[in-house]
Design a protein around this ligand. Structure first.
Ligand code: ATP
Ligand code: MG
Length: 293
């Protein structure tokens, strides 16, 4: 088994009826001896990822969608920035999803993200996603009213239906060659407070502070329940969740990188081969090029 597979598989959930977060320690750094060891592995992971991405792009068959969800200050932005630092920007696109615009609210909840799905040969990253629908919207059901669904459709089954629709959508993507991997960056409430304090205390981090994030923190337990139910309902073999320890940023980045490398490796990506006819054409072009000045 590769290092990436070994490291990522203990955080991978691909079938869970009753997932409980209490079994996942946000501060875990298991599988590495030290921060330095983790940094070495991360560098290796980033290099492997670059190589696989090159083949993904050349082969032009699969698309890869990486979804990031987390509480505020869990390190989504940093993880995306560091882990993807080695990939070719031409084959990669990041989309961030905030509170929906009025145009987005005029459509079904999958509309805005569907428009941003990665092309074949590309890696797409969603910084937040359609999963906000069963997180922030579920924790604050008032938000659902903004969607103006017909009243008869808003029953107590609405969240269960959302889960089923998401699973159906992700199966559809799987059947169409879009490989979905989902990351929940699991930060502890205590570490989140420490990071908020740091944002208040360091002038160069003040810009990151938002009073709204502190308000959201008061709903912590509701969010954790929503995350547990979401992971229980939407973890599948095709589209697994990774519950990534997020109290140590250097470990978070390593686990995310390992999961991506493992995913790309499993695709058995190959450069397209050239058939004999095409090879003949290449030889002709070569001879012509050589003849000319
Ligand atoms: P950062 O704070 O690091 O810049 P962020 O992803 O937290 O990044 P913000 O602009 O602070 O970006 O927050 C986006 C907000 O939009 C979050 O609170 C999120 O819950 C909310 N949001 C995202 N999708 C939806 C949705 N479908 N309905 C309502 N709110 C949403
Ligand atoms: Mg924010």
């Amino acid at each position: 088994m590769s290092w990436a597979s070994k490291l990522s598989k203990s955080y991978r959930i691909d079938a869970a009826k009753n997932f409980k977060l209490k079994h996942f320690d946000p501060a875990s750094t298991a599988h590495v001896q030290s921060k330095e060891h983790a940094q070495e592995l991360l560098a290796k992971g980033i290099a492997e990822m670059a190589e696989y991405q090159d083949r993904l792009y050349a082969q032009d068959r699969w698309a890869v969608l990486l979804i990031f969800q987390a509480m505020d200050a869990a390190g989504k932005d940093g993880a995306i920035k560091h882990v993807m630092s080695g990939v070719n920007p031409q084959g990669c696109q990041v989309f961030s999803f905030k509170a929906p615009s009025s145009e987005e609210l005029n459509h079904d909840f999958l509309w805005r993200t569907t428009k941003c799905l990665p092309e074949r040969g590309h890696i797409g990253i969603f910084n937040r996603s359609y999963y906000e629908e069963v997180l922030v919207v579920r924790v604050h059901p008032d938000i659902l009213k903004n969607e103006r669904l017909p009243e008869s459709l808003v029953t107590r089954d609405v969240w269960q239906q959302r889960f089923e629709d998401i699973c159906g959508f992700e199966n559809y993507l799987a059947h169409n060659g879009v490989v979905v991997r989902k990351f929940f960056l699991n930060v502890s409430k205590k570490e989140q407070k420490r990071r908020f304090m740091e944002r208040l205390d360091s002038p160069e981090k003040n810009w990151k502070f938002s009073a709204a994030d502190v308000k959201e923190r008061q709903c912590w337990d509701d969010y954790m329940t929503a995350y547990e139910e979401m992971i229980s309902a939407t973890s599948t073999k095709n589209s697994p969740w990774y519950v990534v320890p997020a109290d140590n940023k250097w470990y978070t980045r390593l686990v995310v990188a390992a999961a991506i490398v493992d995913t790309l490796k499993d695709l058995k990506l190959e450069y397209p081969t050239v058939d004999p006819n095409r090879r003949k054409q290449l030889l002709v072009s070569r001879a012509e090029l050589q003849k000319k000045k």
